[in-house]
Design a protein around this ligand. Sequence first.
Ligand code: 2U9
Length: 375
Amino acid sequence: MDNDATGPDAGEEALGRISASADTDALESLRVEFLGKQGSISGLLKTLGGMSPEDRQSKGPLIHALRESVTSAISDRKAKLESAALEARLAGERIDLTLPAPQAARGSVHPVSQVMDELAEIFADMGFAVASGPEIEDDWHNFTALNMPESHPARAMHDTFYFLDRNADGREMLLRTHTSPVQIRAMLAVVRQHPEGAPLRIIAPGRVYRSASDATHTPMFHQIEGLVIDRDIHLGHLKWTLETFLKAFFERDDIVLRLRPSYFPFTEPSVEVDVGYSLIGGKRVIGGDPYGPGGGWMEVLGSGMVNRKVIAAGGLDPDVWQGFAFGTGVDRLAMLKYGMDDLRAFFDGDARWLSHYGFAPLDVPTLSGGVGTPA
Ligand code: 2U9
C-alpha cells in the first residue's frame, strides 16, 4: 500500500524529479507526465470513481494532496528557472559604456535665428535689453502713436493685413507692419513703472508683415529696431552706436558709414545709413575703401532722432527726453553677411538648404568667441 502510486514514495520521487529539472522544457514534460490528460496523477484521480466509498474516503484526500503538491512544485520550479534564465541573460547583456554612442541626427540653427542671436549679443554689450510685443497689433500702436495718422499711405489695404473685427477699445486690428509698436509699448510700460519715465535702451527683433510679394519681398520678414531714450541724446550717439554695431556684426574694423538725409514719420531728422564696401577677389565685401576700384556704398539701416510727437505718444515730455531710433531687415543682414542670394529660400523649409546654410546649435554667439561661426 505504501508503495503504490499514491504512497509517500511516489510523491517524493515526483517532487525530486521536478526540483532536478534542468530547464522549462524538461519541466513541461514532467507536467504532462503527471498532470496531463494521460498523466499518472490524472489517472489516479480517475480511479476514485470506481472505488468503494470507504476506499474513496481513505485514498481521495491523499490523491488530491499529491496533485496539489506536484502542481505547486511545478509552478515554484518554473518561477526559479525563469528568474535564473533572466539573470543569466542580464549578465551576458551588460552594457559597455565605453563604446562610442551612435550618431544622432542633429538639426541646425536657421540663419535668421543665428543673426538675431548675434544682434542680441552685440547690443547687450552696449546695454540694450531685448523687448518683444504682439504680432497682432492695433492701429494706434502700429500707426497713430508713430505719427502716421489715419490719412497715412502706409495704412492702405494693399500694404497692410487687417482683421475684420476691431478690439475691445474699438481699434482696428492688423498684423504689425514693423516692430516699432513694441517700443511704444516699452516706453509706456517704463512710464508706468518709474515716475522719471526713462532712460530706456532696447532692441526689438521679430516678425513683421506687409502685403507685398516678389523676388525681394516676402509677406512676412524679420526686422530689428533699436530705441534709446535719455537726456541730451544727439545724432553723435546714434552714429557711434551704429558704427560700433556694424563693426562687431561684420567682424571688421575698417567699416565706414555715410549718413544721408531722409524722411520717416517717426523720426526728425531722419537719416539713411550706408556702409562702405570694397571689391575683394571679384566679390563685394562690407568694409574697406568705398572709393577704391569697384567699391561703393550700400544702404543698410534707416534711423533718426525720435520725433517729438512720438516721444509724447510714449508718455514722455519731449522737452526733457530725447532719443534716437534705427531699423533694419534681419533677413537682409543675414544675406549680406553669409552670402545667401535668394530671400524666398529662407522660408521654404527645405532641410537641404538648412543643412548648408544653418549653424551649429551649440555654438552660442559671443563677442569674445566670434559672433558668427558657421556650422
Ligand atoms: C519708436 C520710434 C522710432 C525705428 C526706425 C527706421 C528708421 C527704418 C526700416 C529699415 C528697413 C524698416 O526693415 S525696414 O523696411 N526702418 O528705416 N526704423 S527709424 O524708429 C522708431 C521706432 C520706434 C518708438
